[in-house]
Design a protein around this ligand. Structure first.
Ligand code: AHR
Length: 512
């Protein structure tokens, strides 16, 4: 008999949650989505048209709606992105749609068959709020003001009557207004001063007239913010926030947008599938930069807005990889692997830790584009690993953040070191305690022991998401390679004990 090296008992990782020390509300809006007219994000992904053989309701795919309802999507940002600064809303209403082009994204035909009414119908079907980005780049404040009047007025103006003729007599609700998109770049390469002059005009004149959205229930206006941490963007944040601090009664803003993709380098060149541990570690290391970026811009915002009235809105985030071979590079098509599930959990945890300032975020993008929830091909649909994380995190929507203390050490691959574990906790609106724990290490399981102070745990159950490989994906033929499975924790002496699988995301609720 050959004896191997002695088997060491796995060291337990201690986590402590003090349920008496509560933090900020984890706003449900940080689980927002972004749906741009880009590739098959809208056309085929959401919209197939009423005459399609794919089951639909007024042209909107039933399978996609069913899946998205499970995510309790709080809001959807639309119509872009860069597309928004070339979008003219009148082309997308009425019986005769204007056929135009989408120069940003592949130069393809834009049929405008998915326009204002179809977007609002889609939101109604999935139960989400509207985050409409208006055209500051190539449009005018008047055009945007008329769009909002068309959408929201209850009074019988000519535009309201036109809306009624087009099928919707009642005013729509628009919860969030994006004033431009990346105005420092694809939105018109503006200087901060030039953008500020536009912001003041749009903020003043683009009004929401819906009687139910006045006073405290007002539409929130989100200004263009930074796209990184370099001086051009810290200067941008400084300029906008300084102007906000000295604003006159005539204009206001409620949010500052921030865009940050996990890309490592431009143009995006990392593969979305068919990679190993080196790329797993590299991408996850890069995604953790989100924390420093939020901290940097929050610090600037604190200088001018110590009461944190202005939210930092991370309305474009996610992994941006090389286009899939054979796909139109302008369509930003990529696979979605277990790595993306871990990446999504790490970012959601970062947002939750910054919940006092980060009150909205929108992953890019909802369907068939970049880090999508859902991939479709004709009548087929598959849920991605990222979808499953969003679903597992639903209980964190509007929950109260609870600090978790732990030191799990590091996972190292080559010259890259990452924290081995990440965890957040929160109390939901019904008072139930939830824990989300990610074991980043792709090789080692993690034996954890959670001490809960201020409460007594009776049992804990939930779900875990993992897969055989770091680059495991779901495909139309094998849709459940990465799918959550039930787990439970042992409770002994008031502590929860469980073993987390390598490269896994686990969410459990605690019965007290
Ligand atoms: O999400 C794709 C693009 O990335 C958006 O249109 C733009 O805002 C950003 O640069």
């Amino acid at each position: 008999m050959v004896l191997g090296p002695p088997v060491m008992a796995a060291e337990k990782i201690e986590l402590t949650v003090d349920t008496s020390k509560t933090g900020a509300k984890v706003d449900r809006n940080i689980f927002g989505q972004f749906a741009e007219h880009l590739g098959h994000g809208i056309y085929e992904g959401v919209w197939v048209g009423p005459d399609s053989t794919i089951p639909n309701t007024r042209g909107i795919r039933n399978d996609v709606v069913r899946a998205l309802k499970e995510l309790k999507v709080p809001n959807v940002r639309w119509p872009g992105g860069c597309f928004a600064d070339e979008y003219h809303w009148r082309k997308g209403i009425g019986p005769q749609r204007v056929v135009s082009l989408n120069p940003n994204w592949g130069g393809v035909i834009e049929p405008n068959s998915f326009g204002t009414h179809e977007f609002m119908d889609f939101l109604d079907q999935i139960g989400a709020e509207a985050y409409v980005s208006v055209n500051v780049g190539s449009g005018t404040a008047q055009e945007a003001a008329e769009w909002l009047e068309y959408l929201t007025t209850a009074q019988q103006t000519t535009l309201a009557k036109e809306r009624a003729t087009n099928g919707h007599p009642a005013p729509y609700k628009v919860g969030y207004l994006g004033v431009g998109n990346e105005s420092w770049d694809c939105g018109g390469n503006m200087t901060p001063d030039y953008y500020l002059s536009q912001l003041k005009i749009y903020s003043r004149f683009v009004r929401n007239y819906n009687p139910e959205q006045q006073g405290k229930l007002q539409m929130l206006k989100i200004a263009v913010g930074p796209g990184g941490g370099e001086p051009r963007w810290t200067e941008w944040t400084e300029a906008i926030m300084k102007a906000y601090q000295h604003r006159q009664w005539s204009w206001d803003m409620n949010g500052l947008s921030m865009h940050n993709y996990t890309v490592v380098r431009w143009p995006p060149s990392y593969a979305s599938a068919g990679f190993g541990q080196a790329e797993y570690a590299k991408i996850l290391k890069s995604t953790l930069d989100m924390d420093g970026l939020i901290t940097k811009h929050s610090a600037i915002m604190d200088t001018y807005d110590p009461q944190k009235k202005v939210a930092l809105v991370v309305d474009e985030w996610g992994a941006w990889y090389a286009p899939l071979p054979g796909s139109n590079p302008g369509f930003l098509v990529q696979q979605n692997s277990l790595r993306d599930a871990v990446l999504a959990a790490l970012n959601l945890n970062i947002f939750a830790r910054h919940a006092d300032r980060v009150r909205m975020a929108n992953i890019a993008q909802m369907i068939n584009v970049l880090q999508a929830m859902i991939l479709t091909h004709k009548e087929k649909m598959v849920l991605t690993p990222t979808y499953h994380v969003f679903k597992m995190y639903v209980p964190f929507q509007d929950a109260t953040f609870l600090p978790v203390v732990f030191d799990a050490g590091t996972y190292t691959h080559g010259d890259i070191s990452l924290p081995r574990l990440d965890a957040i906790a929160a109390k939901d609106t019904a008072g139930k305690l939830w824990l989300a724990i990610t074991n980043i290490d792709p090789n080692q399981p993690a034996e954890i022991e959670v001490s809960l102070t201020g409460t007594t745990a009776k049992s804990a159950t939930g779900e875990t998401l993992t897969a055989p490989k770091v680059d495991s994906v779901n495909t139309f033929d094998a849709p459940t390679t990465v799918a959550p499975k039930p787990v439970s924790a042992k409770v002994a002496g008031g502590k929860l004990a469980m073993k987390l699988e390598p490269k896994s995301v686990t969410v459990i609720s605690v019965e007290q």
